[in-house]
Ligand binder design. Structure first.
Ligand code: ZN
Length: 375
């Protein structure tokens, strides 16, 4: 498909924009994925392999059948079905080799769409059913990611997740684990799991440990619950980024605070529809947030359940939310800026990405088309 296609109806939507944003362009652009779950991003073929190797019965024995169970349909909304799919992936991720393989394949799949930096998140406590230690699971993910780094040049980091609905005590144990692997593969800490009825502030002891050891953190918030959940993430847990933050716009004052402090939003379009946070992609506030100047990043969340890629998420944003080339450039730059990396490494990544981005988007910038760089 040609990069330049002026026949598309969106071609003239953005002032000064002369060409349509193609999937081919988006795939070629350097990108980051800061919000992706290991147990939500397996390949179907690998699930079948692992089930055979481990003697585990899955509800289907071929890719097509398994795809129907694991993947949400276009526009489908069902948190229950979405979560059930994780029972199957987690049942296969209880052995060192399986975890390592899936981490490697995930990084490889990301590298194939020119994602330069990923942060893979998972909760070690969900991988101990066969006696694996918490450390073993972290090291397995790290080994798989390092293998992919060497082969494909992608850079990676691990985020360890505490789980809201398990217990604050387990979150503290996982925070201690993140501390043990700080500078040794782990780049951050997260709180995931059921948002409603399980407030983040109950886990503040874990975040106290994280923050007092100068570790980066993010919190899933404002997806299944309102802005008060985001306020807790920011004010009780010291979140440097927010996982989703879809409902942030309901509190303009908090939104201004998040904006002023450059707290990045890890947005995921497809999964927000699938879990019921929004009715359809067109209802997502991503464009509103970008226009407001918020530090918006775009991510996949769960490549398997949402049957998506990062390229697809960008294209959904273009088609349904009216993202322009400038918006895409901002999202990409925000992604690199928001990485949980030391400033020096981040600067190098950002500089390279910026050069490549400018080169690839030249046809989209008619002369005199000035775009103010965002902070
Ligand atoms: Zn998530």
């Amino acid at each position: 498909m040609a990069l330049v296609d002026q026949s598309h109806p969106h071609a003239s939507l953005h002032a000064g924009m002369m060409t349509q944003i193609s999937e081919e362009l988006v795939r070629a652009l350097p990108k980051t994925d800061l919000h992706l779950h290991l147990d939500g991003s397996l390949r179907l073929e690998t699930m079948l392999d692992l089930a055979r190797e481990q003697g585990i019965r899955l509800p289907a024995e071929d890719v097509v059948g398994l795809g129907k169970i694991m993947r949400m349909g276009e526009g489908e909304r069902s948190l229950e079905r979405y979560l059930t799919a994780f029972d199957y992936t987690l049942s296969l991720l209880q052995e060192k080799e399986a975890i390592e393989r899936c981490a490697y394949e995930l990084a490889r799949d990301c590298a194939e769409e020119n994602i330069r930096y990923i942060e893979v998140r998972f909760s070690p406590i969900l991988h101990t059913r066969h006696g694996l230690s918490l450390k073993d699971s972290v090291e397995s993910v790290r080994d798989g990611l390092r293998h992919a780094e060497q082969e494909f040049g992608i850079q990676t980091g691990i985020i360890i997740c505490g789980i809201r609905h398990i217990s604050p005590e387990s979150s503290l144990v996982l925070a201690q684990l993140a501390l043990e692997y700080k500078g040794a593969g782990v780049v951050g800490y997260d709180l995931a799991g059921a948002e409603e009825h399980f407030p983040a502030k109950k886990h503040r002891e874990a975040f106290f440990l994280i923050l007092n050891n100068n570790i980066n953190c993010t919190v899933h918030a404002g997806e299944a619950f309102g802005p008060s959940s985001i306020a807790q993430a920011v004010h009780y847990c010291g979140a440097h980024r927010i996982g989703h933050g879809t409902r942030l716009r309901e509190d303009p004052d908090l939104m201004a605070y998040v904006n002023d402090h450059r707290i990045a939003l890890e947005m995921c379009l497809s999964s927000n529809v699938h879990t019921g946070a929004i009715a359809r992609v067109a209802d997502h506030p991503i464009k509103v947030y970008l226009d407001e100047g918020l530090r918006v990043t775009l991510n996949t969340d769960n490549r398997l359940m949402s049957n998506t890629t990062l390229t697809r998420e960008f294209m959904l944003g273009v088609r349904h939310c009216g993202l322009s080339v400038h918006d895409i450039e901002d999202i990409i730059i925000y992604g690199f800026k928001s990485a949980f990396l030391p400033l020096k490494s981040k600067k190098e990544l950002l500089r390279d990405a910026y050069k490549e981005l400018r080169r690839l988007t030249v046809p989209y910038h008619p002369s005199g088309d000035e775009h103010e760089a965002n902070i």
